[in-house]
Each structure stands twice: as C-alpha cells, then as structure tokens.
Design a protein around this ligand. Sequence first.
Ligand code: FAD
Ligand code: SF4
Length: 512
Amino acid sequence: MAHPVLIPILGDQLSLDLSSLDGMEPEDCIILMMEVANETEYVRHHKAKIAYILSAMRHHAEALRDRGWTVDYVMLDDPDNDGSFSGEVARAIERHAPSAIRVTEAGEWRVREMLEQWEERFDLPVTICPDTRFLATHAEFEDWAEGKKQLRMEFFYREMRRKTGLLMDGDKPEGDAWNYDSENRKPAPGGDLLMPRPIRFRPDDTTKAVIALVNAHFADHPGTTDHFRFAVTHEEAMRARLQFLDEALPNFGDYQDVMLRGEPFLWHSILSPYINSGLLDPVDLCRDVEERYRAGKVPLNAAEGFIRQIIGWREYMRGIYWREGPDYVERNFFGADRDLPGFYYDGDTRMECMAQAIGQTLDHAYAHHIQRLMVTGNFAMLAGIDPKQIHVWYLEVYADAYEWVELPNVLGMSQFGDGGLLASKPYASSGNYIDRMSDYCGACAYNVKTRTDEDSCPFNALYWDFLVRNEDKLSGNNRMSLAYRNWERKDSQEKKALRDRAATLLEQIETL
Ligand SMILES: Cc1cc2nc3c(=O)[nH]c(=O)nc-3n(C[C@H](O)[C@H](O)[C@H](O)COP(=O)(O)OP(=O)(O)OC[C@H]3O[C@@H](n4cnc5c(N)ncnc54)[C@H](O)[C@@H]3O)c2cc1C
Ligand code: SF4
C-alpha cells in the first residue's frame, strides 16, 4: 500500500465504529495498535486492569482484521518497542511511510497534549477526530456550563434526556418526574432474595498469554489476576450486557446503594470497563433499557436510575474533566496532606467496611459506586488524605478507571477537592450511613454505635473532627448548617472527647 493513512487506535478506543475509521476505506489505511510501557506504568495499574485492556486490544485487532482492516500491532514485549505512543508512531512512520495520520481524540490531558504535537514532530497532516461515542460535544457542554456558578448534574441530565428523547413523553419526562432517586435508597434486603451472578468469562489462550505477561512484568502492581472474569470481545461484552438487562436491571434501582459482605456485584451492571474501553455503546445500552421499561419488564425507577448514570453522570463527568483543564488535578480545597495509609493496597484493616471494599477491589478491580464514594472515598476525606494520592489510587485499582471519568468522580465528587464545583456539599458521613446501607458493621471489630471509646467506629469521631477542622471552609454552606448546629449543641466535654479520639485515630491510622 503506497502512502496509506496511519490510524493509531488507543487502548480505550476499541469501538468498531470509531470516528477515526468513519468514511475511510480499509485498502487505504494501516491501523496501528500499541501496547506501550508508558501507559501501563505511569501509575501502577491493577494487574487485572492491564490484563483486561491488553487482551481486549488483541481481540479487537482480530475483529478489525476480520472486517478487512490491516492492523499493525505492537506487543508490549516486542524487543524494539519504544515504550511510548509517540515513539511507536515514529517507528510506524518508518515502516509504512504514511501520507497522513488520523486519530480519535484522547481521553486524558496527558495524551491529548502528545497527539497535538504529532503534526509538527512528524511533519505530516494529523486529523484529530472528535470522540463521537459521547452524547455531548465539548462545545455543547461549554454552552450549557457558560455563566453558571455551580454545575449541577441534574440540569445537564435533563438536557441529555431531551436530546436523546430517552424516557420522554413528548416534552415531559416519563411519569412526570425527571428523577426517581428517592425510590432508589432501599437498605440491604433481608432473607434470600435471589442475587444475580454476573458471568465469569473463562480466559482463552490470548487472555492466558496476557495474564502471564502481566504477572511477569507487573508483579509489584496492586491486585491479582487470580479472579479474572472480564469479557474481552465485543460478543462477550454483549452477553454480559444481556445478562445484566435480564437478571439485575429490574432490581438495580431499589438496591443501588446497598453493600453486603462477600457480595461485590449485587444488582450492578459491571459494564463500565466495557463502556469506557469501547466494547459497548452507552446510548445503545440505554435504548435497550428504555425498551424493557416500555415492555413492562423493568420498573421506571430502575430504568431512569440506570439511564441517569450513563447519559447524566457519565457525560457530565467528562464535561467537567475537559472544561476544568489539566490543572484540575492540583485542586485541594481543604489543603489535605496526609499520606494514603498502606491498607489501601492490601486491605489489611480491622474496619470491616474498608476491608470489604478494598479486598474486593484487589480481587476484581471493581467496587460499586457507594463503596467508592461512602467507604473508601469518605474515609480518605474524613482523614484528610492528600487528594492527589487518593486520585492515583482510584486510577490504579479500578478496571474502568480512565482519568476523564475517574478524576472528577474522585477529586470533585468524593473529596470535595474543587470546593463545590460539582457537589453541593461534601459526601462526608459517620458510620451510621454505612450501618444503614450494609451488613458490614455487625462483623466489625469497631462499634458503630459509640463515638469516643477505644473500640468506637473510626468514622464517627473522624466525621466530627473533619467538620471542625474545616469549619472556616464549610460553615457558610447552607447544606452543612444542620451538622454545625448539631456540633454546637454538644457540651465541651463531648467535643473534647471527640477531638481527642480523632487525634488518636489519625496518629494510629496505619494500624486501624
Ligand atoms: C470515588 C469514585 C471513583 C469513581 N471512578 C470511576 C472510574 O474510574 N471509572 C468509571 O467508569 N466510573 C467511576 N466511578 C463511577 C461509578 O462508581 C462506576 O461507574 C460504577 O461503579 C461502575 O460499576 P458498574 O458498571 O457496575 O455501574 P452501575 O452501578 O451498573 O452503573 C451503570 C453505569 O453508569 C455509569 N456511571 C454510574 N455512575 C457514574 C459516575 N459517577 N460517573 C461516570 N459514570 C457513571 C457507568 O458507566 C456504569 O457502568 C467512580 C465513582 C466514585 C464515587
Ligand atoms: S463500625 Fe465503622 S469501621 Fe466498622 S464497618 Fe461499620 S462503619 Fe465501618
């Protein structure tokens, strides 16, 4: 092929209808896929996360070849591998003498800046195509956000409902309400309600080879591949999706916030790794959810709750990430600077909620939203952990973590590091919330009902200490006034006991 168009496809661009391929003919193009050390090592990604991405990439290359594309695939252990995207593009230019480069925009500032240098560096025309796998363009999000002091997801979500027509009844929302979240907070179900079991996909030869490679190259990274269960092809991801729709979606809304010991998946979809890497199309999935609601198979609170997560929260997080710029990661509203305790990497803590959330994270590279927000995230914020350190941890340990979605969720939503751009108040809570929504506390070495004893739940004293430490920053927030009034009602002895207990906990944080 003389002077083809070179089309680099990145590890989270595994969609067959990717924008860079749109309108191109296979006989005119070479697709370049690269497994590079820079991407696997710039943070210490969970072993199962790396194995998932590399295996899905290798299967995707085959799927593209089956459709007639020529794919030049560079393996991680290729002795000539340069280790960086730009270095590999330079080598591919030598091999193929392309006339131009065409690439879909990256999902991270670091990589975006790299792509933007290619035209000058390689002296070739470079087309950076918008990522059409998202509903809102950058310009649409900008227009919506323009002039607003606070960027509330709910209002953006309504725009996306109107734009897609999902769950709309003409101009009105289906059922006359936009949001059924108040119905989605049921506590842990008792008895033996049948729990869906997400399919565990058996590793094929490609996945087995990747797992061996990962364990050899990344032995010091967190997590294990022993419980590897991910779909790695488009077909497998579609099977996982169908199983979720059939078995878990009807109860998704009711038990969205529940946490149970030894039950990492509950009624969640476990589809985020596939949606974020491109194996599943998010809007197509939402259309199926709507269809099931309209067919009477799924209640409205479940269908609306699920669709809101995707066309609301997911799109909104992406909008925030690009709007706030590369410095967003530096924000630290509370000036928190404590180091992340070691138990985030081994789950070795007597706090049962943390041991459960971290343990399943290390096993499966997965925890659901409330575990991320109200357990590991909440603890980090209450303890005053440096938000950048906790951001790196989340980016490392979750199979669905790419910076565009992880950073605003962690820094904005869970740590309030942006001072309230994204959340109207910090998601701070004592052990009460965890006790209400889980069965963790009954099995914990700490007592959730007390606050200042030697065995009192650490979340309890840390919650009050967090409020007092940050009073100058939070007391003006209307949504925090009740909490501060409750603090003021306590007598000085109780206040002192709470602060002393918190000081002891923070001193002993590594051994909690
Ligand atoms: C501190 C913290 C860190 C997070 N980091 C990530 C991350 O790195 N990558 C990621 O995809 N999600 C992240 N989330 C959002 C959410 O926790 C995950 O999307 C969800 O747990 C994935 O599991 P699931 O597929 O079973 O989701 P389900 O509960 O089944 O939800 C359905 C889908 O909705 C989408 N979704 C739900 N909530 C969000 C959200 N807040 N932001 C974006 N999409 C959402 C996901 O695509 C998800 O697959 C984070 C949330 C918090 C609080
Ligand atoms: S008692 Fe406290 S530390 Fe223990 S599980 Fe409950 S909330 Fe977590």
